[in-house]
Design a protein around this ligand. Structure first.
Ligand code: UD1
Ligand code: CA
Length: 432
């Protein structure tokens, strides 16, 4: 769409969000709200995107979007004033306006809008949606399927409160006609802001055609409050889960799990209840993630079992047919195939080979108070329960460590290492 410049309005003060940072950088399923809309905009107009920000959130947005296409709106004088800031930068015939706080809009919705706009030869088209909870949204007044006016919540007359057809804020317009008429938008007396949707009334009075399409409210909701944030996040979660279920993933209690925007799960995986999957996680086929497990930046190879109650932290790789059991924490470690770490262990900064058994309560002591050190356990090793491995340490292949040992030296191949003080039995010392 080379004849379109996309403008993302992101200069609002996030007042209703009641947070110290801009609401637009809050992670929605792991990705900042504004990045969701920015990624969609890129699919529509490539690099031809402008973001209207304010003095305060410019750096925050720059950091997450990794672009410098910002135009600053110094004072937050409303959405019409925000659009006016980009006037001198827009060279294309048409302009698409997106709102930074309406992140679920899909490329297909925008394509549908563009198609109606071009087919109907209207000079502007917007996306509307129907909802039984229209509070907070601008309502559409229609005349023969054209938009005659948009009335904002605070200006609604009593009879208009029942209108369910709402403005999503997303519109496409002929650039010249939009900018020529923007200056006629007056300040709203109550809010002291100039409203972009007031452009409808101006077009309508001049008989410039302004029409609309309707999309599902599921993709058009805006985020003003934390309540809205939760509603939108739940919609996105349900969408992710639905797509995985369709592709052949088995969720035992789908509504209890949290997935991230970039989660990858192959068909035939089972996910039990209350599983949290944060960013950068990939679970390969045949694996089972049991209840209450927490995974972040982890790759789990085929046919492994994780949990219940396991915590897999960033930069962890689990091989094939391995078993990570309850109350096991693993961080920054590579675990081979057919490994069992079944109960109550901490494995950090480690490399574990194939066919290794790690007994209950084994701890890699990776931190000396200043630095982190590595533990290497080679193939076919057996580590007895309650072992402390003081890193840096290497356990060579086919060795065994006796239960309860504190291992402070490298252990050579095929050895048995045991570090345990002799058991004393003193007779007739009963406690009570
Ligand atoms: C806006 C629309 C409303 C629509 C709703 C959809 C206006 C006046 N109202 O209401 O009709 O139903 O969105 O979600 O447009 N912004 C700026 N500069 C400003 C003010 C806002 O860049 O001076 C940006 C905000 O960051 C936000 C967007 O514009 O991304 C919309 O502003 P917001 O204040 O959230 O408008 P709503 O009250 O939600
Ligand atoms: Ca909003």
């Amino acid at each position: 769409m080379s004849d379109i410049t996309t403008v993302i309005l992101a200069a609002g003060n996030s007042k209703r969000f009641k947070a110290s940072k801009s609401k637009l950088i809050y992670p929605l399923c792991g990705l900042p709200i504004v990045s969701h809309i920015y990624n969609t905009a890129k699919k529509i107009s490539g690099k031809n995107i402008l973001i209207v920000c304010n003095d305060k959130n410019r750096e925050e947005l720059k950091l997450v979007l990794n672009t410098s296409n910002f135009v600053v709106q110094k004072k937050q004088k409303g959405t019409a004033d925000a659009i006016e800031q980009v006037k001198k930068y827009v060279k294309s015939k048409n302009i698409l306006v997106l709102f930074g706080d309406t992140p679920l809009v899909e490329v297909k919705d925008i394509r549908k809008l563009e198609s109606k706009f071009k087919r109907s030869k209207a000079k502007a088209s917007l996306i509307a949606f129907n909802t039984i909870k229209p509070q907070g949204y601008g309502r559409l007044l229609l005349n023969n399927n054209y938009v005659e006016e948009i009335v904002e919540q605070i200006n609604l007359k009593p009879g208009q409160k029942k209108i369910n057809l709402c403005n999503s804020g997303i519109l496409i317009a002929n650039t010249k006609l939009l900018f020529d008429n923007l200056k006629n938008i007056k300040e709203n007396k109550i809010k002291k802001e100039r409203y972009l949707p007031d452009i409808c009334k101006i077009f309508s009075k001049k008989n410039i055609p302004f029409n609309y399409i309707e999309c599902s409210k599921e993709t058009m909701l805006g985020i003003n409050t934390f309540d809205d944030f939760n509603v939108v996040q739940n919609i996105l979660q349900k969408k992710y889960v639905r797509n995985f279920i369709k592709s052949g993933v088995n969720f035992l209690k789908p509504n209890t799990c949290y997935l991230s925007y970039d989660t990858k799960i192959e068909p035939t995986v089972t996910i039990e209840s209350n599983v949290t999957i944060k960013e950068k996680t990939f679970i390969k086929k045949g694996s089972i993630i049991k209840s209450n497990s927490y995974l972040e930046d982890v790759v789990i190879d085929e046919n492994s079992q994780i949990g219940p109650n396991a915590r897999l932290r960033p930069k962890t790789k689990i091989g094939k047919k391995s078993k990570i059991g309850n109350f096991v924490e693993i961080k920054n470690s590579k675990i081979g195939n057919n490994v069992s770490i079944a109960h109550l262990s901490y494995v950090g900064d480690s490399e574990i080979g194939n066919n290794v058994n790690i007994g209950a309560g084994t701890i890699t002591c990776n931190y000396d108070g200043k630095k982190k050190h590595k533990t290497i356990i080679k193939d076919n090793v057996f580590i007895g329960s309650n072992t402390s491995l003081i890193a840096p340490v290497v356990i060579e292949s086919k060795s065994r460590i006796g239960a309860g040992s504190v291992i402070t030296k490298n252990i050579p191949k095929n050895s048995l290492a045991i570090e345990r003080s002799a058991l004393k039995i003193l007779r007739n010392k009963r406690s009570k």
